[in-house]
Design a protein around this ligand. Structure first.
Ligand code: NAI
Length: 506
């Protein structure tokens, strides 16, 4: 850390105490205030407990813990924050309360002190509007738990001075957290970029393409997400996440990409909120998710013949699976055989209709993300049980898990990834943040294995565009309309990480 600052933290709840710990560990003098009697003291005591545990586990020396303790002080009133260079507000998420707090702070602090809000859903400009000096007000949006979630969004509201943004960036960067700068737009950066996983996961379940558990399993095991959307919703609580979905949709003026799901309100009303109520999308016992028993794999069909589409992306790998399962390859789809296709963005039924294939015998296998991790087997609207079971048994012979889903343009993984990349492309188009800040914020804030545009590059911008076009054509839903930013890069064969042309000389 370069220059230790005196930083005030207002609100010593979940976020406030995390922010206090993060600042004190970086060596800043931290003054903590909370309106609730004794809450600030409790917040400081909580951090000291965390330090004591770290010392016990050998992760920290007693001397270092004592240094952290010496940095923190609980304050009895706001006036005690007078000497602060920066105050971070983490009180209740209520505009009137935050405005009143900022007015009190302006009366107490030096004119050059910075005021930052940890709001997650309010517009920072709205909070700053009541201030005499809105240019020194910014958002400083943390993630829970603050010391471990190594990204902080700096929100530059319309009147925030660039110098304030720079000072905040330097302070955050000096702690080892990644500072990303985002415009004062709904969801800022991480909550905006994270919409796709929820909205598309919910849409897939709403359409009865796959169950909650199947969607989560596929996104974890096939795509590489740390958690599926329904596991995440159970963790945060559907009441909290439901409000975020509604608020981002409303703040973007009913943008179809963020349209919430009708599945959510009845579940909130019924109290199925997630882990905190022991039942959400899953049921929990003693805090552990109750997992359903795996489905039995059907018995392989003796003498099975399989026709594989010439256009299949993984024809060689599929042929090897056919051989390993003791089945034979059929040369003609009109034979009495299983038909296997591997469409991008199409459902199996429309492939059958376009190519004159028998939908009773046809199944699709998702080319994403390759056949070695987890296989998605998609049925047409009418695939017969005999061929479904034969396909499932054949794909499972080498022990790789198989999930059977209903017909869907883009399976599960293609749909979700295309939607995520498209939303990220739109963020880049609108310059809500720089591409590098967007990529890092999503990896660090959401735990995705790749940044969304880098992930798009891995799949190919053209492929993403193709999936979106087909999804839009099949559903007629404008939520899938491709971002022009993505379409331009796909047309030029460019990386999604390629820098945008600057309009003027620097
Ligand atoms: P919390 O309810 O755990 O803590 C809020 C604290 O503020 C309480 O201790 C309360 O006594 C105190 N407080 C309330 N009104 C006050 C006032 N007028 N003056 C002084 N103290 C007051 O809430 P949490 O979760 O820590 O959230 C705080 C803020 O951080 C909210 O704006 C929230 O939207 C935001 N946020 C929350 C995240 C989370 O994961 N919980 C993530 C990022 C931002």
């Amino acid at each position: 850390m370069k220059t230790p600052k005196t930083v005030g933290v207002i609100g010593a709840g979940t976020m406030g105490r995390g922010i206090v710990q993060w600042l004190a560990q970086a060596g800043h003098a931290v003054l903590c205030f909370d309106a609730m009697e004794g809450a600030a003291q409790k917040g400081v005591a909580y951090v000291n407990d965390m330090m004591a545990r770290a010392v016990e586990k050998g992760r920290m020396t007693a001397a270092a813990a004592a240094e952290v303790a010496a940095c923190m002080r609980a304050c009895p009133n706001i006036e005690a924050l007078e000497a602060c260079d920066l105050v971070i507000e983490a009180i209740v998420e209520d505009l009137a309360a935050k405005r009143a707090m900022f007015a009190m702070l302006e009366a107490v602090l030096r004119p050059d002190a910075i005021l930052a809000s940890n709001t997650s859903s309010l517009t920072v400009a709205d909070i700053a509007a009541a201030c005499r000096h809105p240019e020194r007000v910014a958002g400083l949006h943390f993630f829970n738990p603050v010391p471990l979630m190594k990204v902080v969004e700096i929100i530059a509201a319309v009147r925030t001075s660039p110098a304030v943004v720079e000072q905040l960036r330097a302070l955050v960067a000096a702690t080892g957290h990644r500072a990303v700068v985002a415009q004062d737009q709904p969801g800022f950066l991480v909550n905006h970029a994270g919409r796709g996983l929820y909205t598309e996961g919910l849409r897939i379940v709403e359409d009865h393409v796959a169950t909650v558990e199947e969607v989560d399993t596929l996104l974890r095991e096939a795509a590489g997400f740390r958690m599926g959307p329904f596991e995440l919703l159970d963790l945060t609580g559907l009441d909290v996440s439901g409000k975020v979905m509604e608020s981002i949709y409303a703040q973007f003026h009913q943008e179809p990409r963020f349209r919430p799901s009708a599945l959510v309100p009845p579940r909130i009303a019924a109290g199925l909120l997630g882990r905190k109520t022991d039942e959400g999308w899953y049921r929990y016992r003693d805090g552990q998710k109750i997992v359903s028993a795996p489905r039995a794999v059907p018995v392989p069909e003796a003498g099975l013949a399989v026709w594989i589409d010439e256009e299949a992306a993984d024809r060689a790998a599929l042929s090897a699976i056919v051989g390993a399962a003791g089945a034979t390859l059929a040369a003609d789809p009109s034979d009495d055989c299983l038909l296997v296709v591997q469409p991008w963005g199409h459902d199996v039924s429309s492939v059958c209709a376009a190519r004159g294939l028998d939908p009773l015998r046809c199944v699709g296998v998702d080319p994403l993300p390759g056949l070695d991790r987890h296989r998605t087997l998609m049925l047409s609207a009418v695939t017969a049980p005999r061929w479904r079971d034969a396909a499932c048994a054949m794909l499972a012979t080498d022990g790789v898990a198989v999930t059977v889903i209903g017909d869907s343009p883009g399976f599960v993984v293609q749909r979700v990834l295309a939607v995520i990349v498209n939303i990220a492309a739109n963020i880049a188009q609108r310059r809500i943040a720089s591409v590098q800040d967007l990529e890092d914020a999503v990896r660090l804030g959401l735990g995705y294995p790749f940044g969304p545009l880098g992930w798009g590059d891995r799949l190919g911008a053209n492929r993403i565009l193709e999936i979106l076009h087909k999804l839009q054509a099949a559903t007629g839903d404008p939520r899938y309309r491709p971002s022009p930013w993505l379409a331009r890069r796909a047309a030029l064969g460019l990386s999604l990480l390629a820098p945008e042309a600057e309009r003027h000389a620097a």
